[in-house]
Design a binder for this molecule. Structure first.
Ligand code: ADP
Length: 616
């Protein structure tokens, strides 16, 4: 048998799986593309976070700076109140006052924690200073060009930030006039150096930058940016800076800064340098009194790195999920494949079983048909057997009919003669005899008709006595012809057995015929019939013949076994009888009597009494 196509691998399913896996890959690809597309937003998030971490630092730095300025602002006016200063300015030629005042100022500067306190006359020349001991002593220096001096002289409060022309140190200057009665006689100035703030700022990773109104970087922990500008300076501003000697004009080179706001209070700032560029998040606050803007620059590097790490992790999660989905899909597909293979195998098995069942059914049909044929053949054989028996009986039968017919003829002729002679009584006697003969012939004819008819009798309880009587009636002509003596004592009480009346009668006729055949050389044939009851009712037929030969004992019941001359027997009688008795659930057996002759026994099953059949 060739393998059916259904066992080949299920290709469409494999294709579907491959399509499923491609689908997963597509989803993973799209998800990663989406994640990459969302990079700017993620980057913004981390930049904002990085900026926020430095917001407090900016506020603190601003407050410290503002506090220091505010604290220093009031000092010049307070110091200007000192009478010694007015005296010094009134008596410039008094040599003794200067050292005294110098020392006084030095002590004050120390206790007030400011870098310099100095006194100028109305021309701007320094007449006393706290730094008289240092190499950059202001004594004798003129600061008439400084705006804080001019402002103070004009009765206001002077304030200014600049790089010290003498010390080179950056500072914030506050100045106040010294008034004697109503006249301004000089100016006292306090300088607050700013370097120390930068030292603190340097500790933070972020960079702090203080720019003034001209966008000049005045303070920063990046010293290389000092006096650089964040925007190009207008010409007038440069001139003013030069005039006031505020900053070294040589240093005023703009930085290449580009800024874009990206969140509330935060800008992304890029500063181009000789070797590449620096990238920061910038937050700014104001110190209005000084006109300063304090900015904190947070490097973007770590934030960008964190953004990329987040992107990488998200992509990794997507890829892992994708792999997981692909694995599940693959496993599911394999499972489905195996199931379908099992299913097709089962289908194949089923088909084979169905095929085999079909074959068996056909075989059963064939056997049934054969059995039917056999039964029909057997029925035919039964019929043939009966006809054969009739053929054997025909000679005796014709005698049986001819003899009464001849008698009827002579009785009728004699009756006519009696009537002619008026012997009415004699004629009536003849007619009665004729009637009797006709009855006898009718009886024989009826038996013959019943015997020759195809059996239609049902199997059921039958009375054995009447059956033997009918068979004897049917065989009467042959028995008479052979001169046989029949010993039969009908049972006193009727014996019932399971069988069919006509068929059982045929069996007895066959046995009687065989007995006569076996004794055809005897002068005095003798047949003994016994009917016995009990649980296994029996009809036994014994003859006085030679008994069964060894061959016959072995094969008598086989079809077509005969020892008789052709035309005498077909060898079917016993075979048919055997089958008939077996059909009734009984048994036909043969044995030789120890005193000679054969005995055939029909052993049947007992059956309940049946009054109706008995009457029949
Ligand atoms: P047939 O009578 O046509 O030969 P049967 O089947 O009736 O066929 O008998 C088969 C054979 O059995 C007979 O030929 C005979 O040899 C043997 N047989 C039957 N009945 C007897 C009997 N009563 N005595 C001896 N032999 C018998």
């Amino acid at each position: 048998m060739s393998e059916p196509a259904s066992l080949s691998p299920p290709r469409p399913r494999a294709r579907r799986t491959r399509r499923g896996i491609w689908g997963v890959a597509l989803v993973v690809g799209l998800a990663i593309a989406g994640i990459l597309a969302s990079y700017p937003r993620i980057e913004r998030y981390y930049l904002r976070q990085a900026g926020a971490e430095d917001t407090a630092t900016l506020q603190l730095a601003t407050q410290v700076l503002r506090g220091a300025l505010e604290r220093t602002e009031a000092l010049p006016a307070l110091i200007a109140e000192r009478p010694i200063l007015r005296r010094l300015l009134a008596e410039p030629e008094n040599e003794g006052l200067v050292p005294f005042t110098n020392e006084l100022l030095r002590q004050a500067a120390l206790s007030l924690d400011v870098s310099d306190i100095y006194v100028m006359d109305t021309t701007g020349r320094t007449v006393a200073t706290a730094n008289y001991r240092t190499e950059y002593s202001f004594l004798g220096q003129s600061f008439g060009f400084r705006p804080y001096f001019i402002d103070a002289l004009n009765a206001g409060i002077g304030r200014f930030h600049a790089r010290g022309t003498t010390s080179g140190r950056r500072g914030y200057f506050f100045a106040a006039p010294i008034i004697d009665a109503t006249e301004i006689v000089g100016v006292v100035a306090v300088k607050l150096t700013l370097d120390r703030f930068e030292t603190t700022w340097a500790e933070s990773a972020a960079t702090l930058v203080v720019t003034d109104t001209n966008n000049v970087i005045f303070m920063s922990d990046r010293s290389d940016w000092h006096f650089r500008t964040t925007a190009p300076l207008p010409e007038a501003a440069v001139e003013q800076i030069a005039a006031t000697q505020q900053y070294p004009t040589m240093s005023l080179v703009p930085l290449d800064v580009s800024a874009t706001a990206f969140a509330e209070g935060m800008e992304r700032v890029e500063i181009a340098t000789a070797d590449g560029s620096e990238d920061y998040v910038r937050q700014t606050s104001l110190i209005a009194a000084a006109g300063w803007r304090v900015s904190i620059l947070t490097p973007t590097g770590p934030a960008i790195q964190r953004a990329w790490t987040a992107i990488f992790l998200m992509s990794l999660v997507v890829v892992v999920l994708g792999l997981l989905a692909a694995t599940i899909l693959g496993r599911r597909a394999r499972l489905i494949e195996r199931l379908s293979e099992e299913r097709s195998l089962a289908a194949l098995l089923e088909a084979r079983v169905a095929e085999r069942t079909g074959e068996l059914k056909a075989e059963v049909e064939e056997r049934r048909a054969t059995a039917d044929r056999l039964r029909r053949t057997q029925a035919e054989l039964v019929q043939a057997g009966k006809l054969a028996a009739l053929g054997q009986m025909s000679a005796a039968l014709s005698h049986e009919f001819n003899q009464p017919l001849a008698a009827v003829k002579s009785y009728a002729e004699n009756a006519g003669t009696f009537l002619d002679r008026g012997r009415i009584e004699d004629a009536r006697g003849n007619i009665d005899r004729i009637s009797g003969l006709a009855d006898r012939m009718a009886t024989i004819s009826k038996h013959l008709r019943n015997f020759a008819r195809r059996p239609q009798d049902k199997t059921g309880p039958v009375p054995l006595g009447p059956i033997v009587a009918d068979a004897l009636d049917l065989m009467a002509p042959r028995l008479r012809e052979a001169g046989a003596r029949v010993h039969y004592a009908p049972p006193e009480a009727e014996i019932w057995a399971r069988g069919g009346r006509v068929r059982l009668q045929q069996v007895v006729v066959n046995l009687l015929g065989n007995a006569l055949d076996a004794m055809d050389t005897l002068d005095q044939p003798r047949i003994e019939i016994t009917v016995t009851g009990g649980p296994a009712p029996e009809i036994a037929v014994r003859d006085a013949g030679p008994g069964l030969s060894d061959d016959a004992m072995a094969q008598a019941f086989d079809p077509f076994f005969t020892t008789k001359d052709p035309g005498q027997g077909l060898g079917l009688g016993l075979s048919i009888s055997y089958n008939i008795v077996r059909d009734f659930g009984g048994r036909l057996s043969a044995e030789n009597h120890p005193e000679g002759g054969a005995i055939f026994r029909v052993t049947l099953e007992a059956a309940p009494d049946n009054a109706e059949l008995a009457a029949e």
